[in-house]
Design a protein around this ligand. Sequence first.
Ligand code: 13P
Ligand code: SF4
Length: 306
Amino acid sequence: MNTRELQDEINRLKKEKNICILVHAYQNHDIWEVADYVGDSFGLSQKAAQADADTIIMCGVRFMAETVKMLAPEKKVILSNAIAGCPMAEQISVEEIQELKKQYPGHTVVAYVNTTAALKTQCDVCVTSSSAVKVVKAIPNDKILFIPDCNLGSWVEKQVPEKKFVFVKGGCPVHLSMSTNHVKLVKEQHPNALLLVHPECHAEVTAMADFVGSTTEIMSFAKKSDAKEFIIGTENSIVQHLQFECMGSGKRFFPLSKTCICQNMKLTTLGDVYECVQGIGGEEITMTEEMRLAAKRSIDEMLKLG
Ligand code: 13P
Ligand code: SF4
């Protein structure tokens, strides 16, 4: 089968079996084309809560599929590739957060959604890159313990100066591979290009940007902008997706770094998605009802405030 035939077969099977395919923005474009919804972490959790399907296939990484299961417990939830995880999700253990909570009493524990379900049970509210500022502003406490992404945390801190933040060491190894040297180099080659970055980047890189936002926000900014050239400071698939979406507009997109590739996001192939719709691939996400309810509180709080 070629790509088009495989996509047709996936579309036929998903209709026949009432399956919804949710796709994170970092997935490859051939997977985007069979999606019912493509978006950032916040959009994906909203869609998971609303999805009217018997089965949801989450093409992304494990914490995303876990979030879907928390919000849609009656549905069968499949992670597209069983070994696709986010290394940041496991940077802090349950024991460590319990210690930190003793060390910082009276703080609201804000967790980036890139965390395990077990860790979410210990947190007050989750945030995503697109909801973090709004959610943190709305928290009725000015003492915030922010885990595990210090760079996202310090970007939020700049926009919510009225609150006091404690950060715990952590971050995304993919975004942290981009430095201010990359910015200087690519800016020399494309002096008129706007720099659009994800808040998981180093604070020094974020400080040089013309726009900072989630994957979806970066894409909408580039699509709406009158500018013609853009340097993309996030996973490189966004360069390719923007090329597709802005075809014919004369806009040009350049990666900030050649190596900004999330190997975990790239594990899922169109073949994996085909096996998932056939009912023979991926991994079905299960969790105890106790764990689900305890972890879901922080997601519900985010959806309420964000
Ligand atoms: P977004 O919420 O921007 O999609 O980010 C998810 C992620 O994992 C970024 O590395
Ligand atoms: Fe995790 Fe970074 Fe990959 Fe996003 S890009 S899934 S934060 S490792």
